[in-house]
Design a protein around this ligand. Structure first.
Ligand SMILES: CC1=C(/C=C/C(C)=C/C=C/C(C)=C/C=O)C(C)(C)CCC1
Length: 299
């Protein structure tokens, strides 16, 4: 079975589980997905940095320290200027999600800027759909995180704008023959599935299903192809062998965080702040991997 089929089936299964069991079960399932597939897909960044050769002649300690520095910077930003940190995080994430969706789906390496803007608006569309379909919980988290209450119609505007922009840019890319109609139709019809997932599951599970099955699994697949040159299933063993220790460190940090914050009202805010902090360097690394792959393709 290919990854797309696994993700489609898992999404429906997630909806069925969330409709059949008490809400707390959805929370546990979401945490499990975030910890397993979600965190794992970001655990091999050090190896990716070495493979992408974007830091030349630097030793592993230098790379690791820079990595930790960026995570700390994110934590500091969230602490002192949470509103701006959240905006930057959402913009970064939108681009990162869109980049993964459309990776290796364009015909050539031309129109780089147009493709980047398109990927960004597409990622933003997915996030805004989630916000639009779960406005109360999203707003609660944003309020706790950034002390800012978002008027609900902002989510509507954001979804409408990002949908319009994504459609305009994709039509341009179709005209320029950078995108083929079947890929475009398939990716856009998946938006209906995301809508069902976001509507029928609580915010945390909707996010986790998207994050694990529609972002992390395809990303793991691309990373494994890039690092070891093989397919997801045989490659995952080597990946876990190389990334296991980083994954374990993150999971221990995550477990400590759960232990301290689980009972508090700020649980979701800290959860997303934690994800945000470890996401910043990962977004940079993945961007570098994709641009390295593009360069390789053009030589
Ligand atoms: C869902 C959600 C949020 C955004 C989460 C994002 C943007 C997560 C991005 C994760 C990434 C990019 C992981 C890396 O691979 C907010 C705004 C905190 C509010 C509450 C609901």
């Amino acid at each position: 079975m290919n990854i797309k089929k696994v993700s489609i089936l898992s999404s429906f299964l997630g909806i069925a589980i969330s409709l059949s069991f008490a809400e707390i079960f959805s929370v546990y399932l979401a945490l499990f997905l975030i910890i397993s597939i979600g965190i794992l897909h970001g655990a091999n960044d050090i190896l990716l940095i070495e493979k992408s050769k974007f830091v030349v002649n630097k030793n592993k300690w230098y790379i690791k320290l820079t990595y930790v520095f960026i995570v700390l910077l994110a934590v500091i930003l969230f602490y002192f200027v949470p509103f701006y940190a959240l905006i930057i995080f959402i913009l970064f994430s939108a681009y990162h999600f869109g980049e993964q969706h459309w990776s290796q789906k364009f015909s050539t390496n031309q129109y780089g800027f147009l493709k980047k803007v398109f990927q960004f608006t597409f990622g933003l569309l997915i996030l805004s759909l989630l916000f639009l379909l779960k406005p109360e919980t999203t707003n609660q988290v944003i309020e706790d995180l950034a002390n800012f209450s978002v008027p609900f119609n902002w989510f509507t505007y954001l979804s409408a704008c990002s949908l319009t922009m994504s459609l305009i840019f994709s039509v341009l890319l179709l005209i320029k023959k950078e995108l083929i109609l079947t890929k475009f139709s398939f990716e856009f019809s998946l938006l209906i599935l995301y809508t069902l997932v976001f509507y029928f599951t609580p915010l945390i599970l909707g996010f986790a299903i998207y994050f694990a099955f529609w972002h992390s699994l395809p990303s793991l697949n691309d990373q494994i192809k890039f690092i070891y040159g093989g397919k997801l299933v045989p490659g995952i063993k080597s990946y876990i062998k190389d990334a296991g220790i980083y994954w374990l460190v993150s999971v221990v940090g995550f477990a400590a965080f759960l232990f301290f914050f689980y009972e508090t009202k700020l649980f979701y805010s800290f959860l997303f702040a934690f994800i945000a902090a470890i996401t910043f360097p990962h977004v940079i690394v993945m961007g570098k991997m994709f641009s390295y792959l593009k360069k390789q393709k053009s030589v």
